[in-house]
Design a protein around this ligand. Structure first.
Ligand code: NDP
Length: 453
């Protein structure tokens, strides 16, 4: 069966050249699935894998817009509708200059498995643009979002495809995108998640991915009769996921000591407190400044600028027990993974999508640490989006406690399913196999039921 999956991977690479992130995401899943395919030849006969690797639909479009000086710009927009076997397409939009077809295909592919794990009826998708919101005025961001939605609106809908946020798409962008959709369609529906609280949003949605990654880490620790209290934690990024990861870590009595952005990182030996986090939220969400300012404000912190010539990220080279990568893909390479292990890290819960390279993942698995892959550990965001959709359909709003309890229970269930599945397939403690196999089985069985479509 190993030959079979190697053959599929070779074909994916040949058919989708210049998409290394997509190859990486497929490879990681295929390595886990060899175990399932041996027991279930019916999936091979129905070519389920080949069908899951091929998006149901890819939409690529021109986004022309005008800046404040009146100059014209042309960006590229995408929506990858990967798989709708268990529900309407669902997944975030990313606005970042690095965005390309391969990156969005990897994200959409991961999303299919992640959404299946949430226990909610959601298919997988992802989209975005190579537009860079950094340094743009609110009016420029609004004009871009309106131009982007003026094409995307014809491909989405509350029962078809429900986008959300991701890197570079937060509350401001969701507002502009939703406003334009509403105008074009002349309908007020739950077509997007991450909406404002007064117009259909859910409490806890902004917090959900970060909180969920921490709940997942705590569940992994429980298997060793431990918890997060008193643990030192390394957190990367300083956006939505990083902020609420730290918020929950503070509540649980852990000591988070790092934050980063693409320009560099801060190390705060004294620990990031609620007051310091409030400063970061204002800095990043309101003033849209750089993390370097943290070290100007708080003297216990040291700022280190990013150095592209380095073969590792120094953020991952500090003594700690836990790591929460919450910035972007492949931010932990083999050297970083080995530094983390050397410095005592034995819990890694991925808030970001695919933040660890395959070589790094293999080191974590070989060391038998508690390693929660993104498609399980960061599923809290999309799960709470699913809860937002449910509230929109019923035209009601749950309380903070209700949503947080549901989020907590979903993360507990995802952990349990991954843990049990890994055990059932003879690889106890391997959450990568657990997540890939459990997600695959749910989607594959739905596809088998629905025939050749
Ligand atoms: P934000 O845009 O709010 O924050 C992203 C953070 O990561 C910023 O600090 C940013 O720094 C940094 N970053 C982004 N790209 C790079 C890069 N290429 N190199 C170095 N730093 C970088 O995004 P989110 O917090 O929403 O997303 C973070 C991660 O979590 C992503 O991998 C996303 O896919 C994943 N995720 C998010 C979910 C959500 O609900 N938001 C759900 C599940 C996963 P800078 O500002 O300098 O670019």
């Amino acid at each position: 069966m190993k030959n079979d999956t190697s053959d599929i991977l070779a074909k994916v690479k040949a058919k989708n050249p210049a998409e290394p992130e997509f190859h990486q995401a497929v490879q990681e899943v295929l390595e886990s699935l060899a175990l399932v395919l041996e027991r279930h030849p019916e999936y091979r006969a129905a070519k389920i894998l080949e069908r899951m690797i091929e998006p149901e639909r890819v939409i690529m479009f021109r986004v022309p817009w005008r800046d404040d000086q009146g100059n014209l710009h042309v960006n590229r927009g995408f929506r990858i509708q990967m798989n709708s076997a268990i529900g309407p397409f669902k997944g975030g939009l990313r606005f970042h200059p690095s965005v390309n077809l391969g990156i969005l295909k990897f994200l959409a592919f991961e999303q299919v498995f992640k959404n299946a794990l949430t226990t909610l009826p959601m298919g997988g998708a992802k989209g975005g643009s190579d537009f860079d919101p950094k340094g743009k005025s609110d009016m420029e961001v609004m004009r871009f979002c309106q131009a982007f939605m003026s094409e995307l609106f014809r491909h989405i809908g509350p029962n078809t495809d429900i986008p959300a946020g991701d890197i570079g798409v937060g509350a401001r962008e969701i507002g502009y995108l939703f406003g334009m959709y509403k105008r074009l369609r002349n309908e007020f529906t739950g077509v997007m998640t991450g909406k404002g609280l007064t117009w259909g949003g859910s409490v806890i949605r902004p917090e959900a991915t970060g909180y969920g990654a921490v709940y997942f880490a705590d569940e992994m620790l429980k298997t060793r009769n431990e918890n997060l209290k008193g643990k030192t934690c390394l957190v990367s990024g300083s956006g939505n996921v990083a902020q609420y990861t730290i918020d929950k870590l503070i509540e649980l009595g852990s000591r988070a000591v790092t934050l980063s952005d693409s320009a560099g990182y801060i190390y705060d030996e004294a620990g990031i407190t609620s007051e310091k986090l409030a400063f970061v939220m204002d800095l990043k969400n309101v003033r849209r400044g750089r993390i370097a300012e943290y070290a100007d404000k708080f003297k216990s912190a040291v700022y280190t600028p990013a150095d592209p010539a380095l073969d590792h990220n120094p953020l991952w080279d500090h003594k700690a027990q836990c790591a929460f990568p919450s910035a972007t893909q492949n931010e932990i390479n083999a050297q970083d993974a080995s530094n983390l292990l050397k410095n005592g890290v034995y819990v890694v819960s991925e808030g970001a999508n695919m933040p660890t390279t395959i070589e790094g993942v293999n080191q974590f698995l070989a060391a038998k640490i508690l390693y929660g892959p993104g498609k399980a550990a960061n599923a809290g965001g999309v799960a709470t989006s699913g809860l937002e959709m449910a509230q929109n359909s019923m035209r009601i709003s749950w309380t903070r406690e209700e949503v947080d309890t549901r989020l907590y229970n979903i993360m507990k269930t995802i952990h349990e399913v991954c843990y049990r599945t890994a055990e059932k397939y003879g690889t106890p403690g391997n959450y990568v196999n657990g997540a890939n196999i459990a997600g695959f089985l749910k989607v594959a069985n739905a596809m088998m039921d629905q025939g050749l479509v």
